[in-house]
Ligand binder design. Structure first.
Ligand code: NAD
Length: 247
């Protein structure tokens, strides 16, 4: 369904980003695997994409740094000639209660999770406008809707991402650039591995479907939003959370 399309996926060397990269590759898109940390892991994802019959490239960039992001998008366009899909997935947590949260932890989470979405979206917009085609999909979180004690920085960033999604959708609609978000619930990745068994049990109690999610649950919805099946949707946030948030 995405034959010949080019997708940039941020934070794609592991977890949800990796699953998204592989799902889009499975459906025919060439993939730019953005990574901040391990090049070896990013190259593994590149190899897996190539095994699925598409072209792929690992590009290092810190999404919080606008120059680094501009260089990544330039490299992507030089390699593939266009960028059709941007998935803003990169994210971090630095949890603490508000009273104890360090300013550095506030800044790091806002810079990566919110400013990162701004930087990457701004960097692809000119190219997508020229193409008169684009799909931007932001990975938010249900906590951006519900709030969560101990995550003031992360919740503020993810609520910001949901608002930014709506604003970008309104600004870019007339150029056929659709902007939507997914809001995962609790998904089993390195990010949630850090949680204690007690915290995981507490989470399970909040999930009507009775299980933590898998990265693939998010990837399939991102694929839907990137596909022509979602051609009449923009500005939406889809909760993929086992029923935690019912609107
Ligand atoms: P993860 O920690 O496994 O992966 C995050 C990825 O982002 C890593 O590859 C990391 O290297 C990359 N990254 C971090 N900072 C970066 C930067 N400055 N520039 C480029 N890349 C950077 O976590 P995950 O669970 O796969 O999370 C992916 C996204 O899903 C995040 O936005 C996260 O907030 C969101 N999310 C996760 C859950 C969950 O339960 N796991 C729930 C809701 C939302």
């Amino acid at each position: 369904m995405l034959q010949g399309k080019v997708a940039v996926v941020t934070g794609a060397s592991r977890g949800i980003g990796r699953a998204i990269a592989l799902e889009l590759a499975k459906n025919g898109a060439n993939i730019v695997v953005n990574y901040a940390g391990s090049v070896a892991k990013a190259e593994e994802v590149v190899a897996s994409c190539k095994e699925l019959g598409v072209d792929a490239l690992a590009v290092q960039a810190d999404v919080a740094n606008s120059e680094s992001v501009q260089a990544m998008i330039k490299e992507s366009i030089e390699a593939f000639g266009r960028v059709d899909i941007l998935v803003n997935n990169a994210g971090i947590t630095r949890d603490n209660l508000l009273m104890r949260m360090k300013e550095d932890d506030w800044d790091a989470v806002i810079d990566t999770n919110l400013k990162g979405v701004f930087n990457c979206s701004k960097a692809v917009t000119r190219q997508m406008m020229k193409q008169r085609y684009g799909r931007i999909i932001n990975v938010a979180s249900v906590v951006g809707i519900l709030g969560n004690a101990g995550q003031a920085n992360y919740v503020a960033a993810k609520a910001g991402v949901i608002g930014l999604t709506k604003t970008m959708a309104r600004e870019l609609a007339n150029r056929n650039i659709l902007v939507n978000a997914v809001a995962p619930g609790f998904i089993t990745t390195d990010m949630t591995d850090e949680l204690t068994e007690d915290m995981k049990a507490q989470m399970l109690g909040q999930i009507p479907l009775g299980a933590l999610g898998k990265p693939e649950h998010i990837a399939s919805v991102v694929h839907f939003l990137a596909s022509d099946d979602a051609a009449y949707m923009t500005g939406q946030t889809l909760n993929v959370d086992g029923g935690m948030v019912m609107q």
